[in-house]
Ligand binder design. Structure first.
Ligand code: PLP
Ligand code: LYS
Length: 418
């Protein structure tokens, strides 16, 4: 059974009607399914199964402590991009020895924090960063395990804002320079070269760009070997797409099988960093219709969720399905093609456009596929309190992040005394 499904014309999260969750916890509110998170992680674990591997969930996709805790208990490692994310992983019960630190602007404080925690590896994105990691490790009399994130210059065929593996992107070290950087890294006293990393973009819907990138990195691995630099792991990044509308992304096992075939009998641990494909379809944003507004040109459904809660439609023009929580009897309300908009004072504040719905004020809507890059990208724009997050496990619902309050928001601010 899919985690969010209709029973008797009403949308459920696992065994709970979403209307009950809305009544209990209010709207807007994110609702996640524990079973879906576990199933999605298991899809990677089973595909990787018989080879040395680690599935590092990309924390940026959903960093709620309960989400991280569920994944840690199911055996996941974590891909982090900040000291804050490291703190979350450790608070959630994740093991530092299964943490990969990505990102291109690591501060000295973050590097020190990660070294002291004992993370598995730093994915290094530039030569100055390599020098900085060497210096911080030297001060602590430690050796930092590193891999270089190489930029293989392949087109991931995704939205330009979330493509990362082209040479004009800011990410990674140009693959043409990687050999020299590795040779230099191998001479640094406080660096231990352990692997290579390559993440080419997000919401990828075909395997071909992965294999292009992998072929290029395998050539680099062979060159390194000729220079006496042997790597222990190959981190292929994350990026596997999900179905938002009519995409047909490969399943994790299709990607992993193809990658395994490419790696053949090389003695390399395979690391993956999936975010979206574990969390997106494990969550929805629940919102309530405040008003319907009909003009000569348009039909608007003004809802209590907005771009500050779910930014993807406004930022990328992303399409996410919007469904009524209760299906009405045919003809009960006149149907219209609505723009689903929030109360924020921006014309770009929409969750969906031109959606055929038969709705009335007070109805609940579910924005699907909101478990990844949803709450984590939310803000307080217009001094809106950020939404509550609720985890459903069977017929149990637990608030795993309280709805913010105005007092909480104002508590960090002050006025001048004169
Ligand atoms: C370095 C790195 N790893 C992993 C991910 C996770 O990507 P996705 O959520 O597309 O699987 C990202 C984001 O694209 C990333 O930048
Ligand atoms: N935030 C983006 C994905 C960015 C991936 C970050 N590496 C999205 O919602 O699609």
């Amino acid at each position: 059974m899919t985690p969010f499904h209709y029973q008797n014309d009403e949308l459920f999260a696992e065994d709970l009607p979403l209307s009950r969750i809305a009544d209990q916890f209010g709207t807007p509110c994110y609702v996640y399914s524990r079973a879906a998170l576990e199933d999605n992680l298991r899809a990677y674990e089973q595909a990787l199964g018989d080879i040395p591997h680690l599935t590092c969930f990309a924390v940026k996709a959903n960093s709620n402590l309960a989400v991280l805790n569920i994944l840690a208990r199911a055996g996941a490692g974590f891909d982090i991009v900040s000291g804050g994310e490291l703190a979350r992983v450790l608070r959630a019960g994740g093991q530092a020895s299964k943490v990969i630190f990505s990102g291109l602007g690591k501060t000295e404080a973050e590097i020190e924090q990660a070294l002291k925690a004992g993370i598995l590896c730093f994915n290094v994105e530039s030569e100055p960063e390599l020098e900085r990691i060497n210096a911080v490790a030297g001060r602590l009399s430690m050796r930092a395990p590193i891999s270089l994130r190489v930029n293989p210059d392949v087109d991931a065929g995704t939205h330009p804002y979330i493509s990362t593996g082209l040479k004009e992107n800011k990410f990674g070290i140009d693959i043409a320079q990687a050999l020299n950087v590795y040779k230099h890294a191998a001479t640094l006293p406080n660096i231990h070269v352990t692997g290579v990393d390559c993440h080419i973009g997000s919401q990828l819907t075909s395997i071909a760009p992965y294999l292009d990138a992998i072929d290029r990195v395998l050539m680099l691995i062979d060159q390194l070997s000729e220079h006496g630099i042997e790597l222990q792991h190959f981190d292929i990044g994350g990026g596997l797409g999900v179905v938002y509308q009519d995409e047909q992304p490969p399943a994790p096992h299709e990607l992993i099988d193809a990658v395994k075939a490419r790696l053949a009998d090389r003695k390399l641990e395979l690391i993956v960093e999936p975010g979206r494909s574990i969390a997106a379809n494990a969550g929805i944003l629940l919102t309530r219709v405040e008003f319907l507004k009909h003009t000569d040109h348009k039909h608007f459904a003004i809802v209590d969720g907005a771009m500050n809660d779910l930014l993807r439609p406004a930022l990328y023009g992303a399409w996410q399905a919007i469904e009524p929580v209760k299906l009405k009897l045919a003809g009960q309300h006149t149907g219209h093609a609505y723009d689903i908009v929030g109360p924020v004072c921006e014309s770009g504040d929409f969750l969906g456009k031109d959606r055929w719905l038969e709705i009335a004020p007070g109805d609940l809507l579910a924005v699907r596929s909101a478990g990844a890059y949803g709450f984590v990208m939310s803000s307080n724009y217009n001094t809106r309190n950020r939404a509550a997050e609720v985890m459903v496990d069977g017929n149990q619902a637990t608030v795993v992040r309280k709805r913010e309050t105005i007092d909480y928001q104002l508590s960090l601010e002050s006025t001048l005394s004169d």
